[in-house]
Design a protein around this ligand. Structure first.
Ligand code: B12
Length: 221
């Protein structure tokens, strides 16, 4: 029933045409598509479609990958207040890049995807000190800390995830807050997340959504 709308939206995304994609969303709403269907039948499937093609041609599709998640975040935020029944938020995550790491694109894509998964996401920005990850998680009542590292030395470094783990242990917070990591170094070595003291890792934003939802479930009071 929504075939034409879905095709028009996906085409706009593939052309990285943000305005046209948002125009399709507005028209869809005017034509009677519910905010719930816009989120779950239009915007979310487009992210999955994009990730499937990204794994085949990584660099060529980075712009689409980025745009898809950003539009998803934008549309979800706009549609949520109009849902007939407010969806239950799964919980909160704070996320930032590790100290010394200024690669922010992967993190931004993850944030877009998490918002689309109804996970409350606090962006701590770039080059985040380990104490700040923990302080902000406590301040926001977050059940998960997300650490993005695009370089091997910032993933493995003493001041990154390893130190966040140590602080959680020292403050007796390990039962309340989980750590998830992500970024290129973890893709090349699937055991690295354990080595640096994280509870989990995820390869991309879509995978991150379900892994984080599970972690939040584990620490739910
Ligand atoms: C763009 C880029 C830059 C840009 C960053 C712009 C920005 N605003 O982010 C600029 C030009 C600033 C830059 C600088 C540098 N860079 Co650079 N950069 C890259 C490049 C080309 C792409 C990285 C990127 O953005 N990828 C795109 C995103 C989408 O990546 P992604 O991994 O697919 O993200 C997904 C997953 O990883 C996951 N994910 C990501 N984060 C998280 C977090 C969580 C919690 C979870 C669950 C999942 C998750 O989800 C994401 C979305 O699906 C890479 C090379 C490459 N092809 O990877 C080099 C690269 C990362 N850079 C590198 C280097 C060395 C540098 C510099 C030191 C260069 C220099 N001599 O100055 C500086 C360092 C700056 C610093 N201190 O951080 C090296 C790192 C080498 C290494 N092995 O450690 C690389 C690999 C290039 C290379 N081959 O040498 N860089």
């Amino acid at each position: 029933m929504y075939d034409q709308i879905i095709t028009a939206y996906n085409e706009a995304i593939f052309d990285t045409d943000r305005d046209r994609a948002l125009q399709v969303v507005r028209q869809a709403e005017q034509d009677g598509m519910s905010p719930e269907d816009i989120v779950f039948k239009l915007v979310m499937p487009a992210i999955e479609l994009m990730l499937a093609s990204v794994s085949e041609q990584m660099n060529a599709n980075l712009a689409q990958h980025f745009l898809t998640s950003q539009i998803a975040a934008e549309v979800v935020e706009e549609m949520l207040p109009r849902f007939r029944q407010a969806p239950e938020a799964c919980g909160t995550i704070v996320i930032g890049t590790s100290p010394g790491d200024f690669h922010g694109l992967g993190k931004r894509i993850v944030i877009g995807c998490l918002k689309a998964h109804m996970i409350e996401t606090i962006d701590l920005g770039l080059n985040v000190a380990p104490e700040r990850f923990v302080d902000e998680a406590v301040a926001h009542g977050a059940g998960v800390i997300g650490i993005s590292s695009m370089m091997v030395h910032t993933a493995r470094g003493e001041n990154g995830c390893r130190m966040v783990r140590q602080i959680l242990r020292e403050r007796g917070l390990e039962g309340k807050i989980r750590i998830i990591v992500g970024g290129a170094p973890y893709r090349f070595d699937a055991r690295l997340f354990k080595e640096v003291g994280a509870d989990a890792w995820a390869e991309n934003g879509i995978a991150a959504g379900s892994v984080i939802a599970d972690l939040l479930q584990e620490v739910r009071p």
